[in-house]
Design a protein around this ligand. Structure first.
Ligand code: GTP
Ligand code: MG
Length: 585
């Protein structure tokens, strides 16, 4: 979600010190298909198949290891409900800790991480174990401060006994969970043998881990415990990059307070005879209702929510939200309500990411490249957002010959009656059953696609045309904004309305330069760093594209006009022109 600059800066500095480390990280698979399945791979002794899954099992494609986002949500939410989050001491003895907790029942999975101290996520096999555990938990007292007696599943471990000399060799490991620094990534990529392997390696290093995904659902579940004080049947669901498959470690946690499932909404009054309905407060609009609900829940999060700090209510935004930092997880959180279209966008992005492993890898690579060059930023402004960039990659993949992914209109045509969805007059219908989607056989490699992506946008007629994933074809621009990307569901809106001309120019210039770099043999062939070699390997391929020095000269359109174009850029433009002419002929 977009946020005000000052807040972003404050949060950026407070999060800079927050390091997340995990234990038990699932070994990430080497090949693309395997890295692709990170969100839905079950580990340990997970046995949960959510009840509602049975009713929508047709959407999942177990044969290919694909699950619908709905199924995934159900599983993860169920796991989260059986989990607790415990602040431990750094010397906590893992064995003793587990023995102590196991008194309440079987533990399915646990892991440790660091964020302002050491934390453990512990998932029990049964809900009753959590109840039993909480029965024996004490309310803190004895200090000069008073505690709000709100009981949650965020706990602190106290060790009042003698110091255990075996603590230091407890075997407890916390593995880093934030992304590796860009310099380290560049070194890692430079050791790979091919650009395709570099792209896989980047995806593996950046994507959310199994544990991080669990932690995100656990934070939603902890917040739900606050919201249910007012709305007992509500749920809090993550959306955006936390669940759409394109999330990078450290990305924000976008959440939706879902009140749609509250019973009674679908109860129809009989045509005759007696019946009852609830008396309820009324407001002028849905927006006003959303604002008042978020205002109250935001207040509760601020006053009672353990670990929730820096709460801001941003209720006048186009999409009202409550923003805060959840310190124990290290997540920056945005809580919205009544934001069904964003949930649909999340489902759509997830579906596209599941259709072909190249989708996710290319999105990760382009997002990483864009961030390395400041094309995107965590501070809101006139730059391209990750969401817009993702839509641009999808559009590019629809324009391949043959297309790698289908158009949104095609996905709508394949939809069954259960998929029908109209939100505030917008048609958000698209198929959810993977088995109904036939893909064409495009065999392009990731290396080819990356080069073609840069060429595609280096020469795209941005001044005249709009990017449209519904049609899968560029359309005439309906307005004068420098960059026009049609909102997939609210089709009269431009998702990149914020982007100014100089940011678009920077993007285009960087695409030109990156396309050119990939065409150079000294960039596109390994430079003898060698896997396992000692010392810093010479950057090549994708690693070269991430080096900041390569784009130092590209600042803004104005500056470039005043300065003579460098020989390199001239050569690049020539080579692109020639290539395009060859293609047309
Ligand atoms: P990062 O947080 O940058 O990793 O990506 P994100 O996809 O989560 O983006 P963000 O947090 O900005 O937004 C969360 C979700 O809101 C997106 O995934 C979209 O589903 C939706 N969204 C964001 N921006 C727009 C927009 O301009 N228009 C529409 N319709 N939806 C948006
Ligand atoms: Mg986000």
């Amino acid at each position: 979600m977009r946020i005000c600059a000052s807040f972003r800066k404050t949060m950026a500095s407070s999060f800079a010190v927050c390091r997340l480390h995990m234990r038990g990280r699932a070994s990430l698979a080497k090949c693309l298909q395997k890295t692709d399945a990170f969100l839905h791979r079950s580990i340990g002794t997970d046995v949960v198949i959510a009840r509602a899954e049975a009713t929508r099992s047709d959407e999942s494609d177990e044969k290919n290891g694909r699950k619908s986002l709905h199924t995934l949500h159900m599983e993860r939410r169920e796991q989260a409900e059986r989990s607790v989050l415990i602040s431990c001491q750094s010397s906590t003895n893992e064995k003793k800790f587990l023995k102590y907790l196991s008194k309440h029942g079987e533990i399915n999975k646990y892991f440790f991480y660091e964020s302002y101290g050491v934390y453990a996520v512990v998932e029990f096999a049964n809900q009753e174990s959590v109840t039993s555990l909480l029965e024996g938990v004490a309310i803190p007292g004895g200090s000069h401060e008073s505690a709000v007696p709100f009981k949650s599943r965020l706990l602190s471990l106290r060790n009042l006994g003698s110091v255990d000399s075996s603590n230091q060799v407890s075997g407890r490991q916390c593995q880093p969970q934030t992304t590796i620094p860009i310099n380290e990534l560049i070194k890692r990529l430079s050791r790979e043998e091919s650009i395709d392997k570099q792209i896989s390696s980047l995806t593996e290093a950046y994507q959310l881990t199994e544990e991080n995904s669990r932690l995100r659902f656990l934070v939603c579940s902890l917040l739900k415990d606050i919201a249910t004080a007012y709305f007992p049947e509500c749920t809090i669901k993550p959306f955006g990059s936390s669940v759409n498959g394109f999330g990078k470690l450290g990305c924000d946690l976008d959440m939706l307070l879902d009140l749609d499932s509250i019973s009674g909404r679908n109860v129809k009054l009989p045509k005759s005879g007696l019946s009852l309905e609830y008396q309820m407060k009324r407001a002028n609009s849905e927006r006003a209702v959303t604002q008042s609900i978020l205002s109250v829940i935001g207040e509760c999060v601020d006053q009672f929510g353990p670990g929730c700090v820096g709460v801001q209510k941003i209720l006048n935004a186009r999409c009202p939200l409550v923003r805060f930092a959840h310190q124990p997880s290290g997540f920056q959180c945005d809580l919205t309500a009544n934001n069904r279209v964003a949930m649909k966008s999340t489902e759509l992005l997830y579906l596209y990411g599941e259709l072909d492993p190249r989708v996710r890898s290319l999105v990760f690579t382009v997002r990483c490249w864009a961030r390395a060059h400041g094309v995107t930023s965590s501070i809101p402004g006139a730059w391209i957002t990750n969401f817009s960039l993702t839509v641009m990659v999808l559009f590019f993949l629809q324009r391949r010959s043959p297309p790698i992914i289908p158009t949104l209109d095609h996905l709508r045509d394949l939809a069954g009656p259960a998929d029908k969805s109209v939100i505030e007059g917008n048609d958000c219908t698209f198929v959810s059953d993977f088995n109904k989607i036939q893909l064409q056989s495009n065999t392009e490699t990731l290396e080819q696609l990356l080069g073609e992506f840069f060429e595609f946008y280096a020469t795209f007629p941005f001044s005249r045309m709009s990017i449209n994933i519904r049609k899968g074809k560029e359309q005439n621009k309906p307005e004068v904004a420098p960059l026009h990307i049609q909102n997939p569901f609210e089709t009269s809106l431009n998702v990149s309305k914020n982007v100014n001309a100089s940011q678009l120019d920077r993007f285009v210039a960087l695409c030109q330069e990156s396309a050119w770099l990939l065409q150079q043999s000294e960039t596109s062939t390994p430079r003898g760093g060698g896997a396992g070699g000692e010392g810093a390997p010479t950057p090549w391929g994708l690693a070269t594209l991430l080096l900041p020095s390569q784009v130092a000269g590209i600042k803004s359109r104005k500056k470039r006009r005043r300065e003579p174009a460098s020989e390199r850029i001239k050569g690049l433009l020539e080579s692109l022109k020639n290539k395009n002419q060859l293609k047309k002929s």
